[in-house]
Design a protein around this ligand. Sequence first.
Ligand SMILES: Nc1ncnc2c1ncn2[C@@H]1O[C@H](COP(=O)(O)OP(=O)(O)OP(=O)(O)O)[C@@H](O)[C@H]1O
Ligand SMILES: [Mg+2]
Length: 495
Amino acid sequence: MFADDELALLIKSKYPVVFVESVDEQHVIVHLIQIAQQLNLNYYEWSVTNGLRRKYLKDAYYETQEPVKALKTILDLKDPSAQNGDALFVLKDFEKNLEDAVVLRLFKDVINVISNTATTIVILSSRYKLPPEIESCAAHIIAGYPTEEEIISEANATIGAYCKNHKATEVRLTPEEEERMIAALKGLTTQQVKNVVNQCLVEDGIVDGKMVPRVEKLKKDIFDREGLLEFCTPESNARIANFSNLKRWLAERKGTFSAKSKLPAPKGVLLMGVQGCGKSLAVKVIAGELGLPLYRLDLIRFYSKYIGETEQNLRKALKTIDQLSPICLWIDEIEKNFASSSDGDIDGGVSMRLMGTFLTWMQERTSSCFVAATANNIYSLPPEFLRKGRFDEMFFVGLPDQKTREELFSIHISKRGLDSTNFDCASLAGLAADFNGAEIEQAVVSALYCSTSRREKIKTDHIAAEIKATKPLAVVKSEDIAALREWAAGRTVPA
Ligand SMILES: Nc1ncnc2c1ncn2[C@@H]1O[C@H](COP(=O)(O)OP(=O)(O)OP(=O)(O)O)[C@@H](O)[C@H]1O
Ligand SMILES: [Mg+2]
């Protein structure tokens, strides 16, 4: 369901107050006017600059820029003897005024008068904030994201307007490219859709397949700026050594996210295990194999000074995720994002509540979002995440065996533009017995630096020397790794 339908439902369901959080005020206003029309409500709008006005009337009620006057006017309008009919009052940025005791008192009076009637007060603002006593009788909704049809019409209108002034503009999109373009524009506000399309048009005036990656790049910039979700690049299957069980699991589920698929799409996997063994890389491969755009949710970045805002940020991000879906949602080191319940007291229970919000979302979401989470330290991972049914599968990622290490050397040598068949990968793998993938990569990179500085052509010996000079993490932390392996046996599937 789209946020705008939800908005109509909330207003219809007779909540006295609905808080609409949106960065796209204009878009929401257009919808509110439509909703008022459909539900036969008189539409009023208030802002601190214009005061309270009835729709289609130019003049505001006398001196209603003043919040106290505005609320008194609403009380007068709602006086039963006035018989004015039910109404929708849209108050822009009104939440700030509720810090004032007189305003708050009057606002409660208004609520008392309108509760159990079809009249609703909508507070429209870009930031959610309500005093607790109002919060209990208010609904909160994040709105203003256009539907797919609206995205198409907005993009077409923007291109149309540009074509009018620039006769040379060409539009060449195959149906598949068009689909990808719409996917790339999802999750943006109407204004952002317009801006992104315009920016691409100004750059080279042709609408074709090449525009899709540019739109994706601009969207990534917007997301990075807003700090809610990070847009990441998926990887191909060939970039990762081993992970044969995961690869098979994915191959069986490929295509379940397409609209044509009859099979239910999987919900998610948890990858846990030893550091540097490719968990994060595997998530990128998952997105690549399932053909889904990849977004990373980083709650650690969310923890803000204002305790309440972290939860709000999470709710907002989850809403955006539902809008963007189908996507692959990556939560790296999930145990750090949702600290264990025993830490609950330290941060006033915030991480507990965040986890609750997240788990509820995981359980109840209807959007097709694939959650790929990684964990290093299963001991600090709240047990709620391990309960059956949260993830379709839990994979354990252990240290690479001889064959995998050979493959790792081959992959990382080729990645640097060298021919791996010129190297003795088998003997290197034998030397690097306790190495993880990251350490093998590091040995190849260091050898490359060393040989370049000596003006020598890189050979097996250079890499072997680097291996001998490294003390792998597995040796330093052998006890930890053994404990982890023991824990995983029987609980997880090897990746
Ligand atoms: N199986 C693998 N195939 C190819 N490269 C690998 C593999 N495992 C590790 N690497 C290399 O090591 C680097 C680090 O791996 P990655 O970050 O995915 O490990 P991780 O398990 O997420 O580690 P951490 O627990 O420290 O986050 C990768 O960028 C990749 O180049
Ligand atoms: Mg990682």
